[in-house]
Design a protein around this ligand. Sequence first.
Ligand code: ZN
Length: 288
Amino acid sequence: MPFLKPTRRQMHGLIGAAMASPSLLSGEAALAAVHHGTHGGKGKKAPAITGKAQPPKPVVMLDPGHGGKDPGAIGVSGTYEKHIAAAAAKELYRQIKAAGHYDVVMTRADDHFIPLEGRVDLAHRHKAQLFISMHADALHDPGVRGASVYTLSNGASDAQTASLAQTENNADRFAGPAFHGMSSEVQAILTSLVHEETRRGSAHMAASVVSAFKPRIGLLRHPARHAGFVVLKSADIPSVLVEMGFMSNRHDEAALRQGIYRQQVASAMNAAIDRYFRGVGTSPTRSG
Ligand code: ZN
């Protein structure tokens, strides 16, 4: 009998159940939970859904970087990254709402500090299907400009990215919010089940961002990079961190200060979100 690969939604439920009830943790119980959600009956086709109820929209979580006591990078002419991140995220939020295809939530709508683990926690609490952290950090080299997108990896793709992640992660320390109260054995089992699918989803979103930005927003060379950013450490929610540009570059800083440019960035990100969800096939009906 072929192994039934749980869907992301089922895994999400499973992790939730495991967190709520640490006793429901044997392999059999886990599989029972997965199968329970998979089929309506024994070998019978599930009845057709005839009601008019719309399936719930996928939830997109936008995470404007920094905030409150943490200004993020400070631009060459004094702009705070936290303000740029918030303004761009609000614009993207507006565009997503206007299109109406997704539910959208923000980790912060005003200027207050949220620890990094709190951001991942919020994404889980809202059952987000996609997590997008928005930044405009600084690099040592003021000549480097352009947008780039980051996915999680234990090793950074290059030295520049490693130092970026280190600065970013200095905001606080990661404490494994998704797995509080679980044994390390259980964590390992759940992580291995969801990790590969999450990794593929994140990579797909990063590629979507690069494709959507390419025609209209200047990109860094090799724009899809990876490093151990704490905000990307959700085990089951595909996550990317977008650097819309760098505060250390005067051209990027000047562009990101302008509402019209942030509109273009947000519009490209909106297109990337569409491309992402088309690619992962959110529609549950697939008749043979
Ligand atoms: Zn940042």
